[in-house]
Design a protein around this ligand. Sequence first.
Ligand code: UTP
Length: 404
Amino acid sequence: MKELNSLLSEKGQTHILQGFDDLSAEAQTAFVNEIENIDWETVALWKHPEDLSGKGQVEPIEGLSLKDIEARREEYFALGAEAIRQGKVACVLLAGGQGTRLGSDAPKGAYDIGITHPVYIFEMQIKNLLSVCNACKAHIPLFIMTSDKNDGETRAFLEEHHYFGYPKEDIRFFRQEMAPSVDFTGKLFLEEKGRLALSPNGNGGWYSSLKRAGADRDFPAIEWYNVYGVDNVLQKSADPVFVGAVIASGMNSGAKVVRKTEPHEKVGVLCLENGQPSVIEYYELTEEMANLKAKDGTLAYSFGVILNYLLSAKRLEEIAQKRIPVHVVKKKIPYLNAQGEYVKPETENGYKFETLILDMIRLMGSCLPFEVVREKEFAPIKNKTGVDSVESARLLLEQNGVKL
Ligand code: UTP
């Protein structure tokens, strides 16, 4: 205990021992264990966030346009469908996020976007994937990443809905890791006495978490992971044409992209950085780059990523030990205050530490941008109203013939 005290006072974090003496011996041991697992190097980043702005030499990247894809659609489909039939393609549904902007405590996938009858986000995701299984007459392993915050609820929800018709034996759940959170002065937040306010550590750790859990153990044929976000209700996962195009390209990865609608649209852009594929954020594009035109008059940096990547399992294995940057993100973080009250803040009150899958793209070595029609494949639900919201997604679903 003496050692723990001196460690915490050295780190300026003794406040987290608030109420420690009132805890049962068991709870005390669990808390000490939690403290011993804190990655202090990451926590220290709140003060000096890794400089993510210093970009290397950035250039536009070549990709497949809608026209290019159309010209070889049948060939790509055949190649992709064959790989899927051989069990080479698995899906990874990233569902460990907290959806704080949506403001619901339930797993985002359990959100009902229906109007006259329930239509759940998970339901849309699974229906789309089932249509590929049926078209290819194949089973596709589906890995669902959850976090400590929503694992139980996610499993219970899907079981209750009979996995929306997906074969249960093809589904594996795995949990991502958690990271501590701090206020704007770097003080660790408590969730309750004797428990840190931990939150999911971003979607960049999906591969190490999947491997640690051994979720892929029963599927030795996997050569490709199609990784995507839960909140795009028009998501086309395991798309055979996309899979076939990436295989035909010989590249280590592919990214579904939409054309930006205007130079400053707030989407990450796929480009080359020092010759490697890289996703850079909209705010990292200079004015000149944002407006730069290609020979055909379109925007040179126009490939907006939609969080749907196909990644080579072999390459992932090779880069498994490499570190990707930790992002220090301002969020609304519920916490226990010094008076022992649980506070749910209305505005951002601290930092979380996250790694992002988009930072893996650079390590993949090569990446094929694969253009898709925005109105058919991109309906993200991030907010309650306005841009990328339940409202905008409903409109897009209806345009695509989904009855809500
Ligand atoms: P977002 O960046 O939109 O985060 O996640 P979020 O947690 O869902 O929502 P906000 O920012 O709190 O409002 C993009 C995708 O990555 C997954 C999410 O579930 C979503 O599919 N994700 C995000 C994880 O799986 N784990 C994480 O730690 C973060």
